[in-house]
Write a protein that binds this ligand. Sequence first.
Ligand code: GRF
Length: 206
Amino acid sequence: MTDKLPCKLGVLVSGGGTNLQAIIDCIEAGELNAEICCVISNKADAYALTRATYHAIPVVIHEDKGFSDRQSYDAVIAEILREYCVELVVLAGFMRIVSKIMIDAFPNAIMNIHPALLPAFPGLHAQQQALNYGVRFTGCTVHFVDCGTDTGPIILQAVVPVEQGDTVDSLSERILREEHRALPAAIKLYADGKLMVEGRHVRILT
Ligand code: GRF
């Protein structure tokens, strides 16, 4: 048991929220010394919001319609996260690129989960990209977010095989199972103070 205060998380979502659920489950199982202070979504119909509400986690819907630029949208998100005293921002299926305002507000404190072995297959439809390329293995990557797209320092990766006859759905499901292990594990390393960012590299302290 640790006497360290739980790491305060802010989780940003846009969709089904299975990665959010994996974080919730780890916390509730006593495997992750963290608390989710708020869940923020750019989509009012994200099922992730239902998951959060079921677990009495505050939710904020900040729809991205009508914002002229990314910075003004992100400025609101950053303010909400500060109000909840968030220490680590987790992009759990958040389908927007965060801007410099967010990076500056949370330096080396924004994590993203991507369904490919970066730097392979960045951006959208990574699973389809892997199938189209014909790779034998793909996987997922947890990384700190920088101003690029899926280009920040890599924290953890997990490999999955691409099977004969795989579809996007079957491959995505196999990758998701690893995502649900890798993301909480990366958050745990951060919460336990075991991650040190040195330029492009992340050192995991033992
Ligand atoms: C995951 O595949 C994640 O890698 C990607 O978006 C998907 C989100 O899934 N960024 P969920 O909303 O966590 O179920």
